[in-house]
Design a protein around this ligand. Structure first.
Ligand SMILES: CC(=O)N[C@H]1[C@@H](OP(=O)(O)OP(=O)(O)OC[C@H]2O[C@@H](n3ccc(=O)[nH]c3=O)[C@H](O)[C@@H]2O)O[C@H](CO)[C@@H](O)[C@@H]1O
Length: 363
């Protein structure tokens, strides 16, 4: 299969695309893949690192208010469609897949105009702007939450789950925490604010470090690349005990996740797919800054199933963070119950399901 794939901006759009590529390569040794992203998004760092062919397009998002910038956006969109057409003509894909972010809008739109089979993947329970636009042009729409179905043209929709779920579900424990100077036989809480880090989670965690230092459990605190220096600076006078480690970013999250007892983090859709595929108890702090508050809806689907706790960002302080983390880290039975409930929601064959969808549109 010749797959052209595009998804950009944040990890939540990029990792599902990479998981689909992995699954395709596992099934088809001769598969050829071209990833199209932007030079500014996280994808420009992550994708080439994996040895995947990567081309870029310049694009920007619409401002919600009427602004001169929007004229520039329309111009860049039309120009990016022209660039995408060139890439498509040269690569000759059998299918073009979009996993969200503005860049996928141009690439998938161009493909649909050239009558190439197209599929989009929606990770969220509330549909993103780009996918809403593309839904009118594509052949199939793969979803990860049932609640997304009614927001799309019904006949095109297939429930597949998020391919990243399959990627993490198939990884065994390898003692990966040792690489961070942590022990692999002590329960560990992973604290991170999505793929780009979250200032409020970082501030609460940094303030909680003196207490986390004293706990019998371990903490792996991931700040997000852009926040790292600021957090380390704020902790200049606070010694870190050996059970607390702080990192800017985890490159190989699938290797870490099977070792983690509890996650405290955002409720991004791809994080949720990972949490449920592995059955990891979680404390979710939805981002209040996303479209239609979709992270609260994502989180609620787990809370309703007894698979997670929700803490509102406005209520997150060092004290409430410690209370929630201690509550789970100090009770193996609560963790077991949550883990079982989380796993029931997991879709560990999502990448294969999505591959099937690609095969049906190619035929
Ligand atoms: C602020 C924002 O717009 N967030 C959106 C973004 O979130 P965001 O990009 O944060 O995406 P998710 O939380 O869904 O996924 C984060 C991904 O990054 C990975 N990771 C994270 C940190 C790290 O150090 N290393 C690493 O590999 C996680 O394992 C996961 O695979 O896209 C999601 C779509 O999927 C949406 O649901 C989120 O609302």
């Amino acid at each position: 299969m010749r797959l052209m794939i595009s998804g950009g901006g944040t990890g939540g759009h990029i990792y599902p695309a990479l998981a689909l590529i992995d699954a395709l390569k596992a099934h088809d040794k001769h598969a050829e893949v071209l990833y199209v992203g932007t030079h500014r998004g996280l994808e420009s760092r992550i994708v080439p690192e994996r040895g995947i062919d990567f081309k870029t397009i310049k694009i920007q998002g619409f401002k919600r208010s009427l602004s001169l910038q929007n004229f520039k956006t329309v111009y860049l969109f039309l120009k990016s469609v022209v660039t995408a057409r060139k890439y498509i003509k040269a690569f000759k894909p059998d299918v073009v897949v979009g996993t969200g972010g503005y860049v996928s809008g141009a690439v998938v739109f161009a493909a649909s105009q050239m009558h190439i089979p197209t599929v989009i993947h929606e990770q969220n329970s509330v549909v993103g702007v780009t996918n809403k636009f593309l839904s009118h042009f594509v052949d199939k729409i793969a979803i990860s939450f049932e609640s997304a179905r009614s927001q799309f043209p019904e006949k095109k929709v297939v429930m597949t789950g998020n391919p990243r779920a399959q990627q993490v579900a198939n990884i065994q424990k390898t003692g990966a925490l040792k690489a961070f100077g942590l022990k692999d036989d002590v329960p560990t809480v992973l604290i991170f604010g999505g793929s780009r880090g979250a200032a409020r989670i970082n501030a609460a965690t940094a303030s909680a470090v003196p207490e986390l230092n004293k706990r019998a459990y371990q903490t792996l605190f991931v700040t997000g690349q852009v926040h790292y220096d600021k957090i380390m600076d704020s902790l200049k006078t606070t010694a870190l005990a050996p059970n607390v480690k702080i990192e800017p970013y985890i490159k190989n999250m699938p290797a870490i996740l099977p070792e983690i007892a509890v996650i405290l983090g955002r409720a991004g859709a791809t994080s949720i797919a990972e949490i449920t595929a592995l059955g990891i108890p979680s404390i979710l702090v939805p981002s209040p800054y996303v479209t239609n508050d979709h992270q609260t809806k994502n989180a609620q689907s787990l809370v309703n199933a007894g698979a997670a706790e929700l803490v509102k960002e406005a209520d997150l302080t060092a004290t409430s963070l410690l209370k929630a983390v201690d509550g789970l880290m100090l009770s193996a039975s609560r963790r077991d119950d949550m883990a079982k409930n989380a796993k029931k929601l997991g879709m560990p064959d999502a990448a294969d399901q999505l591959l099937n969808v690609l095969e049906t549109v190619i035929k």
